[in-house]
Ligand binder design. Structure first.
Ligand code: NI
Length: 227
């Protein structure tokens, strides 16, 4: 499932990010790539441990933690500290699959990458190219979202970023270890949760059936939670 999460950041937050990113020092994006993806990765990134990356990353994490649709779809256990990248002058990131495991910087903790997320930060009209191309079971999808929107997609998919031939594409990206490892189960839980939310809106959240279904949801989640 490719799920757009709209308006993760508002206009003021975006403006703040743009100001900070314009003043930041950028480094070669190959620093966080595995050997296969380093060969096809041509972009710039904020160094992971830089003050700007940490502060802006915190802002993104705070927004994710408050976003009901994101929480329902991702069921996050751990989120990798968001990274920031920049493509310009024909830069691109060729076809690759994200590493299955990531060491969280400054810790000994390993994160299993169940989901990948790209947060678009530039107005799509301000750059040419830079589509996120994802190979799904239903074919190839090319995605370019409004600034402030995030795309959530399975980390197991082949994907690439097409060359940015004009303008600059700024984005943030991160990986998520979900409480539910299996994508199929996670999607069933997501669909169930969304249906319950709709029933709750029409019947009230104290309606007996809503309460019972909510219980079913949580009991299914208990069974599927990875240790
Ligand atoms: Ni990737």
């Amino acid at each position: 499932m490719l799920l757009p999460i709209k308006n993760l950041l508002n206009t003021e937050q975006l403006a703040h990010l743009h100001t900070c990113l314009a003043q930041a020092e950028w480094a070669d994006g190959k620093a966080t790539a595995g050997s296969q993806s380093a060969a096809v990765k041509f972009n710039e990134q904020l160094p992971e441990q830089s003050q700007t990356a940490r502060e802006l990353g915190q802002l993104v994490l705070q927004q994710l933690g408050q976003h009901a649709l994101f929480l329902s779809a991702a069921l996050p256990h751990t989120i990798y500290p968001p990274l920031f990248n920049r493509y310009t002058g024909g830069q691109h990131f060729g076809m690759h699959i994200d590493n299955a495991l990531r060491a969280i910087p400054g810790t000994r903790q390993l994160l299993r990458t169940d989901l990948s997320a790209t947060l678009f930060l530039s107005d799509p009209a301000s750059y040419t190219g830079g589509e996120l191309v994802i190979h799904t079971e239903l074919g190839v999808r090319e995605i370019k979202l409004p600034a402030g929107d995030l795309l959530l997609y399975p980390a197991s998919t082949l994907h690439q970023v097409k060359p940015v031939t004009h303008g600059t594409r700024l984005a943030s990206f991160m990986w998520i270890q979900s409480m539910v490892q299996d994508t199929r189960y996670r999607e069933v839980l997501f669909n169930l949760d969304q249906s319950i939310q709709q029933l709750s809106a029409s019947l009230g959240n104290n309606h007996t059936n809503v309460v019972e279904l909510t219980g079913v949801y949580h009991n299914l989640l208990r069974m599927q939670m990875a240790s």
